[in-house]
Design a protein around this ligand. Sequence first.
Ligand code: RAM
Length: 561
Amino acid sequence: MRSYRKALSLVLLFFMSAGLYARQTDSSQMTDAAVQQEDVYAQWRASWAEKAEAAKPVLHETVLRPLYLVRGVQDSLAYQGWRMERCGEMSSYYGVSLKQMPSVSVDFGRHITGYFSFRVKTLSRTQDAPLRFRFTFGEVPSEMNVPFDPFPGTLSRAWMQDETVTVEQVDCDITIPRRISGRYMKVELLGGSPDFDFAMEDMWFTAVSSADRSSLVTLSEDTPEMVRRISDVAVETLHECMQTVYEDGPKRDHRLWLGDLYLESLANRWSFRNFDLTRRCLYLFASLAQNDGVLISNVFEHPEPHPQYGSYCLTYCLLFNSTLLEYLKDTGDYETAQDLWVVARRQVEDALTYLDEDYIFDQTKRGVWLFFDWREGLDANAPIQGATIFALEQTCELAEMLGREDEVREWYGIAAKMKKAARKHYYDKTAGVFVSGPDRQVSVLGQTWLIKAGALSQKEAQKAIRTALAGDATVMPGTPYGTHYLIDAMLLCGMYDEAREYMLDYWGGMVEKGADTFWEAYDPDNDYISPYNFHPLNSYCHAWSCTPVYFIHTWPEVFQR
Ligand code: RAM
C-alpha cells in the first residue's frame, strides 16, 4: 500500500474526497494561469460556438391544468414522512370567493417543467387594491409540507420554489416569470381587500421540453411490469431535463454539467434519439473551455453561453471524451468528432500530468475536484485511477476511429502501466477488493471504476463487487449517478442477475416510494439523504438518474424478459 506523506495533503485529500470540496471549487490557481495564457483553441472557438447555437432545439409547449385539490398528510410510512391526499375537485375552488378558501394545494398529476399562469376574476364590486399571493411548487410532498425557514440548506435559499406575486390587475392572465418544476402547488392568499370580492378563475402550466415523444423507442412485450415502470419514469426524467441543453435538473441546477451530459446522452440513444442536442452540448463545452484547453465542468446558456469559471472537475472533463465517442458511434458524424478531437486529446493530456513515477494518479499534485458521488467520506484515489485508465482507453478507441492512432501511441502503454500500478497499490489480494486511501477504504465506486478500467479479470471483478457489497463498512454510492456505474460494472463482468435485482431494488424502490421522475440523491435506507443539508433542496427530477432506460435496452436479455 502506498504511503501518504504530508499531513496537509491528507487534509486536502479528505475534504476533496468527502465531496466537501465545494462545486465552486477553488482551482483559481489553475484558472488564473489558464486565463492569462494564450487561447489554444483560438482558431476554432467562434465556429464551435456557432455550431452549438445552430443546433439549438425548439421547445415543444403543452398546456396542463391541475387535476384536483390535495392536502398534505403526515405519514411515517410515506417517503420523507409526507403524502398528498386527494380532498376535492377543482370545481369546488374555481369561482369561489378566495376569502373563504385562502389556501389550497393542487396536484397536476405528473411532473411538469414550465411556466405557471393564473387568472383571478372579480366576483363583486370593483378592485380597489392589489392582491398578494404566495405560490409554492414542489416535485415531492416534502417540499409542500416542510417549512423552508430558517433555511438549513447549503445552496441558495432562492432555489426553493416559493414565489410571492402581487396582482395589480385582476381579470387578466398573469404568468410567473421564473421557470418552475414540479407536480404539486400550494396557493395562499397573503393580502386581499375588504372592499371587493374575487376568485381564482383558472390556473395552468405551459410545459416545455425539446424531447419528442413520437420518436420514443419501445420495449418488448415480455418486459416485466416493474421494469416497464422504471423505464417509464426514467424516460419521463429525461424528457423533463431535455430543454435547450441537457439540464441536470429542471428545478436545480438548470444547467449543463459534463457528467450528467454523458449519462443523458446514453439514455437518449434508447429513448428520444435527439443526437443534435448531444452535438450542441459537446460544442458548447468546447467553445467555453479554458484558454489552456481544459474543459469547465458546467455551463449556463443565459444571457449568453458562459461556463462556471473556476469549476474544474477532472472526472467530468474525461467524460467529454466518452460522450464524443458514443456520439460518433450513434451518428457516424465524423466531421464533428474530428472537429472536437483536439479537445478530447487535451483532457487526457491534462489528466496525465497527475501521474507520479509509479503511474499512480496523485491528486495532491495540485487542486483538483474529483467527483464520483455525493456520498460523504468517499475516497477518490482508487476511483480516479480507474477513471483515468478508462478515459485513456476510450480516447484511444476514438483515435482509432478517427485514424489518429499516431497521436496516442504511447497511451496504450501508460494505460497498461496504470492497471499494473492499480493492482499493486490498491488491490488487496487476500480480501479480493480494491482499497483506497490512507484508511484502506473499501467503496463500491473503488471497485466499479477499476473494473471499467479492465484492471481485474471477470472472476476477480465479480468477487470484488460481491465482497464490497457484503461489507458492513463499505462506502456505498449515495446517488443514482454513482449507482449507475455499479450496474454498469456488474453487467461488464457478467453479473446479470445481480444487476437486474439491484436495479429493480434501487430504482424500483424509488418507484414504490412514489417517484414520478428519478431523484438526485437516493439511499434506500435513508429517505432524508441530501448533499445540501436539507432534503427539500434536492432535485427530484435529476438527469443522472435516468439511465435504467439505457441498461434496459442495451441488455434486453437481462431486463426485458
Ligand atoms: C449535482 C448537480 C449536478 C452534478 C454536480 C456535480 O448536485 O446537480 O447534477 O453534476 O452536482
